[in-house]
Design a protein around this ligand. Structure first.
Ligand code: SF4
Length: 221
């Protein structure tokens, strides 16, 4: 059964997902874990001094980061975001399995996924939308109730975005599940070659790129 991460990667590039599964190459680099930890430190960082924030893997200036955390603190779900009722919850859905980084208590509960990467200007990158839908659907399957939304957190920016299970997002999820089920041998390369610039498999894949993007650009997966 595919993992949430497989689905996200397949939505980014199915061929990359094929390579990763073939090599069982799923361990995230240490920088990723350091960034993801920030999602569990929001409350402590709101009043942190510049010198402390400058030592952390955050992207904006300390003042901008504190202002972003203040905006988070104004949300209705702030208490749960900062100190979630459940953490690292293993989920086993009908189509896929994996871990929800947080479960925010509520009726219904809201699962979150913590991204180490950069948020788009608005909304959520498509692979992360697919992953958020996968998490919500797996939770719905386990709890036998509708879960209408999931949250994607970008803690290096103090930004949190909601993914609703709209018809469009559900369709993208179902399409990705189907593509993964049909995966049998290396699929075609992606048409959007800008995706290849941050891909660890570009040499093997035979794709030529003009520049290497930073690791963090890869977090659109
Ligand atoms: S180099 Fe491009 S086409 Fe090849 S696996 Fe990576 S992202 Fe996909």
């Amino acid at each position: 059964m595919p993992t949430f991460s497989d689905l996200s990667r397949a939505a980014y590039c199915l061929r990359q997902c094929y390579y990763v599964r073939r090599d069982d190459d799923r361990a995230p680099p240490p920088e990723v874990e350091a960034r993801r930890r920030l999602a569990f430190e929001y409350a402590d960082r709101r009043d942190a001094a510049d010198a402390i924030l400058e030592r952390l893997p955050i992207e904006p200036s300390p003042a901008t980061y504190r202002a972003a955390l203040d905006r988070l603190a104004a949300r209705d779900d702030w208490d749960e975001l900062a100190d979630p009722s459940e953490r690292s919850v293993r989920l086993h859905g009908k189509d896929c399995r994996g871990v929800a980084d947080k479960l925010l208590a509520g009726d219904p509960p809201t699962p979150t996924f913590v991204s180490p990467g950069t948020p788009p200007e608005s909304g959520v990158w498509k692979p992360q939308r697919v992953r958020a839908v996968a998490i919500a659907k797996a939770l719905a399957w386990e709890r036998e109730r509708e879960i209408p939304r999931a949250i994607v957190e970008y803690p290096a920016y103090g930004v949190v975005r909601t993914v609703r299970l709209t018809t469009r997002n559900r369709a993208a999820y179902r399409r990705t599940v189907r593509h993964l089920r049909e995966l049998d041998g290396p699929p075609p390369r992606v048409d959007d070659r800008s995706k290849c610039e941050s891909c660890d498999y570009r040499t093997e894949c035979g794709v030529k790129t003009h520049s290497l993007r930073s690791l963090l650009d890869a977090t659109r997966r």
